[in-house]
Design a protein around this ligand. Structure first.
Ligand code: M6R
Length: 365
């Protein structure tokens, strides 16, 4: 049931504050302000040398964001790859490691094949899944459920932010178990996580501005997304979302890679969407933005008030986001990215919930 929405995708975008809150409540103890370690967890983060993450599509981008979190908050190295590559790479794994699989459906063929490879390599198998009865869930040692409810739109939205919520909570848990985070650090991060839904509500208020902007984007034939740090996977996710449902060609790039090639594409016809909360790497991204501006590129900047003030460039449009703690920015910044893709597609008149050539769950390789 789409309720009052025109598409499932719109409904699912708007459900995010609720489902993210529900998912977080599963992993966080809101009285003690700690993470909740799942019962019977078959490994201790303190003893892990590394985590291997495998997934496809949007779930892969959630894993890429998690790499930033696990490495920074828990000093735990993460190897990550798309499942279609991982499964055939014959990567050697030390027994007793943690292999994490992220999948909304829990049925993605390549992800499942990667899981079976890791099982044969004697890894602990953890799955971040939305469908608890799925094959990936059944074949895992431990399930970290996302509590997004059924996701109908082929373009993943709420499953993604719920995956991020689970992974951020896990990274804090890991940081605590590994002695990287103090009890105070944990408390501060848990508090920040609990504020995510409220900030998502604020971000949703940008919808009218985004809808107007989408009319402009719909005229473009190519769009570049740039981000640095944990905004880099978001840039790729934004590009994927846009191409899936609007059929406009888009690419997501690490902002620092701009001068290694893609800058050659910049002209006044190609919009460049820059995802840049005012964080530790903002100044670096700002200088990439200035390079784009100097070549006549049209910039759409997604940032907060401080970022807008410090950007130092003329933008075509600036979406001013709430000022959020760095750790939760990927969840909150997902909202404008999804809305941009959605409204562009609606404007173009495509079949948003069932885009051409795509299936909701890819059970064949
Ligand atoms: O069910 P899964 O999470 O394993 O699916 C993985 C991808 O097929 C999926 O995320 C796909 O990229 C979506 N259409 C993205 O919107």
């Amino acid at each position: 049931d789409k309720g009052n929405y025109r598409h499932f995708m719109a409904k699912e975008i708007h459900e995010q504050p609720d489902v993210v809150a529900r998912t977080l409540a599963h992993y966080l103890d809101l009285n003690a302000m700690t993470t909740k370690v799942p019962e019977g967890l078959p490994f201790d983060f303190a003893n892990l040398q590394r985590v291997v993450i495998t997934a496809c599509g949007t779930a892969f981008y959630a894993g890429l964001v998690a790499k930033y979190w696990f490495e920074r908050l828990a000093r735990l190295p993460v190897d990550i790859d798309v499942a279609s590559e991982f499964r055939y790479r014959e990567t050697p794994l030390d027994p007793g490691g943690l292999a994490l699989f992220i999948s909304q459906s829990g049925e993605t063929a390549d992800t499942l094949a990667s899981l079976r490879y890791c099982k044969a390599e004697k890894q602990h198998i953890g799955a971040v899944v939305n469908v608890k009865e799925s094959t990936i869930a059944r074949e895992s040692d431990v399930i970290f459920p996302t509590i997004a409810g059924p996701e109908i739109g082929v373009a993943s939205t709420k499953a993604f932010t719920c995956q991020l919520s689970v992974l951020a909570s896990m990274a804090v848990m890991a940081g605590r178990q590994r002695g990287v985070l103090s009890a105070d650090d944990e408390g501060r991060l848990v508090r920040a996580l609990t504020e995510t839904p409220r900030y998502m509500v604020d971000a949703l208020k940008l919808e009218p501005q985004i809808e107007r902007l989408a009319r402009n984007l719909a005229k473009a034939s190519d769009i570049l997304y740039l981000g640095r740090g944990s905004s880099y996977p978001l840039a790729m996710e934004g590009a994927l979302k846009l191409k899936e449902i609007s059929y406009i060609h888009a690419e997501g790039y690490a902002a620092g890679e701009l001068k290694h090639g893609p800058i050659a594409l910049i002209d006044e016809t190609m919009p460049v969407i820059v995802i840049a909360p005012y964080d530790k790497v903002f100044e670096k991204t700002a200088s990439n933005m200035q390079e784009v501006a100097a070549r006549g590129g049209r910039i759409i900047l997604i940032t907060d008030q401080k970022g807008a003030a410090a950007a130092g460039v003329e933008t075509m449009e600036t979406l001013v986001m709430p000022d959020v703690p760095a750790t939760i920015a990927p969840m909150v910044y997902s909202i404008p990215i999804q809305l941009l893709a959605y409204h562009t597609a609606v404007f173009m008149g495509t079949d948003v919930d069932q885009p051409r050539n795509l299936a909701k769950s890819v059970t064949v390789e």
